[in-house]
Ligand binder design. Structure first.
Ligand code: WT7
Length: 662
C-alpha cells in the first residue's frame, strides 16, 4: 500500500472545502488564509504580538515580542508572565464554562467518566498542592510515566500550575530509557501508576520505575507518586513511594498559580535524533501555548459545541499539544482514551466516535492503515456499521499519509464530507507548521499543503538557497516562531548544530525532512527524514539508538539498523548484526534473534524491537571502514544491488545479508 513520491506529486484529485463549511469556519476561505499570511509577511512581530494578545491571557503583558539577541536561542514575549494551567482551566471557568465537560474519559474496559472544567481545576489544584507539599518548586523537573488517563492530564497541568517542568515518558519505554531521561533531566520526582490497562490486559508499570531507580544516575529522585489504576500488586518503597490518593487527600481545591515568565520551560520531551542519545526538547510556556491554541482553533476549527478527539498518547508531543493543552485552553470538550484501537475489536474507534458524538477526530496514518486491514479481515468492524455523522473535521499526523489511506479515511470515516488535515510538524515545532485549514485550503491527498499562517516554511539546497518549486531539497523554517524548540536540555551546542547548521548559514531552522513543493500549487509534500531517524508506526526512533542497544548485548560485535517500507507501520526496523562468535544458522540463529529482540525491548522499549535481524560475518564497508547503509537499505527491501559497489571492501558479505531469519 505504500506509495511512491512520484505518484503523490502527480496526484490531481482536489477536494475543495464546501461552501457550508467555509461559511462557518474560524478561518473562512482562501482569502482569509492569504490575508493572515500577508499580515505576517508585512509585520512579522506585529502579527504574532496581536495573536498572543488576543488568544493568551497574560498576568503581566509583554512588551518585547521577539528577542533575537541570543540567536539561535530565540525568545518570545519574554517580559510577559502567565500560567498555562490558568489559561486552560480558570480562564474558562471565569468565562462561564465551569459546568462544561472538559474530558470524557473512556477506559480500556469501556467505562466512561466525565469531568467538568470546575472538577478538573479542583483535581489539578489538589494535586498541585500535593506536589508543593512534597517540596516540588518552580523550575524542578518532574517525570510523568503514566498511562492515558485523567490523572495524566491532571499531573501535567499540576506541574504547569506550580511552574515545575514536566517531562512525560511514554509508558512503552523501558526502565533503561526512563533512567536516561531521569538522569539527563535531573528530575526530583516521578509520577506513575501501579499498572496500565490496555487491550483487556493489566500490564505492570511501576516495576520499570523501581528498576530504573536501582540504576546509577537516578539519585536526584526524592519521591515516586503512584496512581492506583488497577489495584494489582504494587511494591511501595517506604519513605520514597507515596500513593496519589494519599498525597492528594485533604489538599485544598484552590492553588494560586505560579506566574512564570513566557520563556519558562513548560516541558521537556525526549525525542530521537541521529546520534545515540535522545534529546530533551525544551519548550517555553508563552509561545508554545499560543501555538497550541491557534492551531486548535484554525487547523481543527474547534467551536464550543465540538467534541474533539486526538488519539495520541500524552507520552508524545501530539498528546501534549492536542490533549493536554490546546483543546483545554480553547475551552473544548475532549476524549481521553485509555485503550487500543483493536480492543475489544477493530471497530472501537468508530464505536467511540458514535457513542460520544465526536466531531473532530485526529489520528495517525498507521492506525488508519491497520484498521483498513482489520475491516478487510473482519468486515464486522468496518466503519459503515457505525453512525459517524457527528464528524466534521479529520486529522492525520506523524508520517506521510498515502493517497489510498487518505481516500479511505475521507470516504469511509468522513463520509466524503469531512476535510482531512494532514498536519506536518515535529516535537521541536510545538504544533502544526505545514497544514491545510479546513475552511480555506483545497486538499490534495498525500500533501500537507501549505504553511500555517506566519510560519515561513521553505525548501532549500545544501547551501541554504531556495530551490524552485518542483525540485526536492531540505525543509526549513526561515524565521523563528513562537512555539519553536528553545534548546536541547543540557546540550545547547547540539541544539545549534542540529537545527541551525552553519552550512545553511546558521539562521534557518532545519527540520530534518526532505520536501518538495508542487510546481504549480506550491503545495508541500514531505519526502521523509534526511537523517538516520525512522518513523515506525508514527513513533520516532533513531537507528543509532537501536544499534547501541544491540551492541550492548554480550554476543554482539557490531550492528547497523535501517528502515524499510512497511504497509501498515510506515517503516519497519531491519537490523544487520555481526556476532563476536561465528555467524549463527538454523535454530541457533532463531534463538539469538529472539534474544536480541527482547534485549532491545529491555533497553529501549517494545516499540524499538527490530522486525528483522540478519547475520553476517561482517557489514558492507568502504575501504575506509564506513558502513554502506545505502546497500543495507536496498537489501532490506529485498531488491538486487545494481549500483556501483567498487568501493566496497568485502562484496561477498552481501549474499549473507540477504538471508532473513524466519
Ligand atoms: C517527524 C516528527 C508531529 C507529531 C508527531 C511526530 C514526520 C510528522 C508528518 C506528516 C509527513 C510527518 C516527519 C517529522 N511527520 N507529521 N503530516 N507528513 N511526515 O512528531 O516524533 O517529533 O516526528 O514525523 O518526518 O520530522 P515527531
Amino acid at each position: 500500500m505504500s506509495t511512491s513520491i512520484e505518484s503523490v506529486l502527480h496526484e490531481n484529485r482536489v477536494f475543495n472545502p464546501s461552501p457550508a463549511f467555509v461559511a462557518q469556519a474560524n478561518v473562512s476561505g482562501m482569502d482569509a488564509y492569504q490575508a493572515l499570511c500577508a499580515e505576517a509577511a508585512a509585520d512579522y512581530e506585529g502579527y504574532w504580538a496581536r495573536l498572543a494578545r488576543e488568544n493568551v491571557v497574560w498576568k503581566q503583558p509583554f512588551s518585547t515580542v521577539l528577542d533575537e539577541s541570543g540567536a539561535p536561542f530565540y525568545q518570545w514575549f519574554s517580559d510577559g508572565k502567565l500560567n498555562a494551567s490558568w489559561n486552560c482551566l480558570d480562564k474558562n471557568i471565569e468565562a462561564g464554562l465551569g459546568d462544561k465537560v472538559a474530558i470524557i474519559f473512556e477506559a480500556d474496559d469501556g467505562k466512561v467518566t466525565r469531568v467538568t472544567y470546575s472538577e478538573l481545576l479542583a483535581r489539578v489544584a489538589r494535586f498541585a498542592n500535593a506536589l508543593k507539599g512534597l517540596g516540588v518548586k518552580k523550575g524542578d523537573r518532574v517525570i510523568i510515566y503514566l498511562p492515558m488517563s485523567i490523572e495524566g492530564v491532571v499531573a501535567m497541568q499540576a506541574c504547569a500550575r506550580i511552574g515545575a517542568t514536566h517531562s512525560v515518558v511514554f509508558g512503552g519505554f523501558s526502565a533503561q530509557s526512563l533512567r536516561d531521561r531521569i538522569e539527563d533531566a535531573g528530575a526530583v520526582l516521578i509520577i506513575t501508576a501501579d499498572e496500565q490497562c490496555r487491550g483487556g490486559k493489566n500490564l505492570p508499570l511501576k516495576p520499570a520505575v523501581d528498576e530504573a531507580l536501582t540504576l546509577p544516575g537516578t539519585g536526584s529522585i526524592k519521591n515516586v507518586v503512584v496512581y492506583r489504576r488497577s489495584g494489582g500488586p504494587c511494591n511501595m518503597v517506604p519513605g520514597r513511594d507515596l500513593w496519589w490518593h494519599d498525597v492528594a487527600a485533604n489538599q485544598s481545591e484552590t492553588c494560586e498559580p505560579e506566574w512564570v515568565e513566557a520563556e519558562h520551560p513548560l516541558f521537556l520531551l525526549y525525542t530521537s535524533g541521529s546520534t545515540g542519545k535522545p534529546k530533551g526538547v525544551q519548550h517555553s510556556t508563552g509561545g508554545y501555548l499560543l501555538h497550541a491554541i491557534l492551531t486548535t482553533r484554525w487547523t481543527f476549527d474547534l467551536k464550543p459545541g465540538d467534541v474533539f478527539w486526538c488519539t495520541a498518547d500524552i507520552g508524545w508531543v501530539t498528546g501534549h499539544t492536542y490533549v493536554t493543552y490546546g483543546p483545554l485552553a480553547c475551552g473544548g470538550t475532549e476524549i481521553v482514551f485509555e485503550g487500543v484501537p483493536t480492543f475489544p475489536d477493530a471497530g472501537r474507534f468508530w464505536k467511540m466516535i458514535q457513542d460520544h458524538k465526536v466531531s473532530i477526530f485526529y489520528t495517525a496514518p498507521t492506525a488508519i492503515r491497520a484498521l483498513i486491514k482489520a475491516a478487510d479481515i473482519n468486515p464486522g468492524t468496518h466503519p459503515k456499521h457505525y453512525d459517524l455523522s457527528s464528524l466534521r473535521v479529520l486529522g492525520s499526523v506523524g508520517e506521510p499519509i498515502n493517497p489510498e489511506a487518505w481516500m479511505w479515511y475521507h470516504d469511509n470515516i468522513g463520509g466524503g464530507r469531512c476535510p482531512i488535515m494532514d498536519t506536518f510538524w515535529q516535537t521541536e515545532t510545538g504544533g502544526h507548521v505545514i497544514t491545510p485549514l479546513p475552511g480555506a485550503t483545497p486538499l490534495v491527498p498525500g500533501s500537507c499543503t501549505l504553511a500555517f499562517p506566519g510560519i515561513m516554511a521553505a525548501v532549500v539546497d545544501e547551501a541554504g538557497h531556495d530551490v524552485e518549486w518542483g525540485k526536492g531539497g531540505f525543509l526549513v523554517i526561515k524565521r523563528p516562531w513562537p512555539s519553536m524548540i528553545r534548546t536541547i536540555w543540557n546540550d545547547p551546542d547540539r541544539f545549534r548544530k542540529s537545527y541551525f547548521p552553519e552550512d545553511l548559514g546558521g539562521k534557518l531552522y532545519l527540520a530534518g525532512d526532505g520536501a518538495v513543493r508542487n510546481a504549480q500549487s506550491g503545495y508541500f509534500t514531505i519526502m521523509g527524514r534526511i537523517d538516520d531517524v525512522l518513523s515506525v508506526s508514527g513513533h520516532r526512533l533513531g537507528t543509532m539508538e537501536i544499534e547501541s542497544a544491540l551492541v550492548s548485548h554480550p554476543l554482539v560485535a557490531e550492528a547497523a539498523v535501517v528502515g524499510k517500507p512497511h504497509d501498515i507501520k510506515g517503516e519497519a526496523i531491519v537490523a544487520y548484526v555481526v556476532l563476536k562468535t561465528a555467524r549463527p544458522t538454523g535454530e541457533e540463529a532463531k534463538r539469538i534473534v529472539n534474544d536480541l529482540r527482547n534485549h532491545v525491548a529491555h533497553e529501549i522499549g517494545p516499540i524499538a524491537k527490530p522486525d528483522e535481524i540478519r547475520f553476517g560475518d561482517n557489514l558492507p564497508k568502504t575501504r575506509s571502514g564506513k558502513i554502506m547503509r545505502r546497500l543495507l537499505r536496498t537489501l532490506a527491501k529485498g531488491e538486487e544491488i545494481t549500483s556501483d559497489i567498487s568501493t566496497l571492501e568485502n562484496p561477498a558479505i552481501l549474499d549473507q545479508l540477504k538471508e532473513v531469519i524466519k
